[in-house]
Design a protein around this ligand. Structure first.
Ligand code: ADP
Ligand code: ZN
Length: 214
């Protein structure tokens, strides 16, 4: 079975954490548009420069920019084994563009996992989240603390709070999710690809719930 999966859900639902685990378990790449955009910003590319203001303000980067970036990524050879898309698509426009790309390759999606998550849990997770500026690993000050405070377990770099994880921006991102991304739940339901899981669960029980869909 070649898994071509989309993870859908609000920021803070745990998509990134679970994508990493699933990616290792099934040996397929984890493609996070948030990570791809942040690395474009770090490298100072033209795309990164255009994306930065949108991201810092909790808004979505324009569809055409993100779609181009994903198209390039899905053209790479490792994707033939399947993939986990995390943070894309985020608008109905993007979902339609993805459909078109995959139609051309005759390799449709076979699963969309919706992380159904309550607002209280989201706010707690995002406000406590700390991220490694170097390798993108995520921690949480209480739930998933690093071994040494403020230092990444994996690469020893300092942990930072993402600008878009500040309380004001969190609220904005949740609004944007409801308005622009939540309609995708219906979109994929109609295509019979959608399976919902409980995003409020801790990492281990949620992994067990996810495993039932593979
Ligand atoms: P989270 O899932 O916690 O919101 P991400 O790392 O997935 O964090 O995304 C961070 C930001 O990057 C988003 O708020 C948005 O500005 C931008 N972004 C990521 N993916 C997309 C996308 N598919 N379309 C538009 N903007 C995106
Ligand atoms: Zn690191």
């Amino acid at each position: 079975m070649t898994w071509r999966i989309v993870l859908l859900g609000p920021p803070g639902a745990g998509k990134g954490t679970h994508a990493k685990i699933l990616s290792e378990r099934y040996g397929i790449p984890h493609i996070s548009t948030g990570d791809l955009l942040r690395s474009q910003i770090q490298s100072g590319t033209a795309l990164g420069k255009r994306a930065k203001t949108f991201i810092d303000n909790g808004r979505l980067v324009p569809d055409d920019l993100v779609v181009e970036m994903v198209k390039d990524r899905l053209g790479e050879p490792d994707v033939r084994a399947g993939y986990i898309l995390d943070g894309f698509p985020r608008t109905v426009e993007q979902a339609k563009a993805l459909d078109e790309m995959l139609k051309e390759n005759k390799a449709p999606l076979n699963l969309v996992l919706e992380f159904d998550t309550s607002e209280a849990v989201i706010i707690n997770r995002l406000s406590g989240r700390r991220t490694c500026a170097r390798c993108n690993a995520n921690y949480h000050v209480r739930n998933i603390p690093p071994k040494r405070e403020g230092i990444c377990d994996q690469c020893g770099s300092p942990l930072v709070q993402r600008k878009d994880d500040q309380p004001e921006t969190i609220r904005k991102r949740l609004e944007v999710y409801e308005r622009q991304t939540a309609p995708l739940i219906e979109f994929y339901k109609q295509r019979q690809l959608l399976r919902a899981v409980n995003g409020d669960l801790e990492v281990k029980p949620l992994q067990e719930e996810l495993a039932q869909h593979f």
